[in-house]
Design a binder for this molecule. Structure first.
Ligand code: UDP
Ligand code: MG
Length: 154
């Protein structure tokens, strides 16, 4: 079974018209998008997703930013998907994110950094259950997986 992780295309990315470009990069990498949802963050969802930051001085502005528009959630699967996604999105501070990463190519902000990806396999399980309570829309397709990986990687 492939590893799965939660990706959020945040409201700044949606407003800037980057849903397609961001998703295309993940697809081109060979990651499998197995579920897509869109919604506007509620306070309850924010408290759950950003509990680790609730005491930080920037939390009120972070909350306002995340509630300001539509978010797109993706269920993304691949071998070592959590690590691959974290490296693909780049540093939290987009000013130090490496060129070639999504943040490094499309943002220069620490807050308005366009995209979220779960930071550990444990967090991914919790976050996927939060945003996709019914699981992914489609199962893994063995034919596609066989195109993407050798058998000894699986
Ligand atoms: N954030 C912020 N100021 C900071 C650190 C984080 O506004 O100094 C925001 C930013 O949008 C970031 C989110 O809070 O993506 C979650 O922070 P975390 O440390 O979990 O970073 P991430 O996992 O998104 O790289
Ligand atoms: Mg985080």
């Amino acid at each position: 079974m492939l590893e799965s992780t939660l990706v959020l295309i945040k409201p700044d990315a949606v407003r800037r018209g980057l849903i397609g470009q961001i998703t295309a990069r993940l697809e081109a990498r060979g990651l499998l998008v197995r579920g897509v949802r869109s919604f506007v963050f509620t306070d309850e969802m924010l408290r759950a997703n950003y509990a680790h930051l609730a005491d930080r001085p920037f939390f009120p502005e972070l909350a306002a930013y995340m509630k300001a528009g539509m978010t797109v959630a993706l269920w993304v699967s691949g071998v070592d998907a959590v690590t691959v996604l974290r490296r693909t999105i780049g540093d939290t501070n987009a000013r130090t994110a490496a060129p070639g990463t999504i943040r490094g190519d499309f943002s220069t902000s620490t807050q308005r950094n366009l995209i979220h990806a779960s930071d550990s396999p444990e967090a991914a399980l919790v976050e996927l259950a939060r945003f996709f309570p019914d699981g992914p829309t489609v199962p893994e397709d063995p034919a596609i997986v066989a195109q993407l990986y050798s058998t000894n990687e699986l």
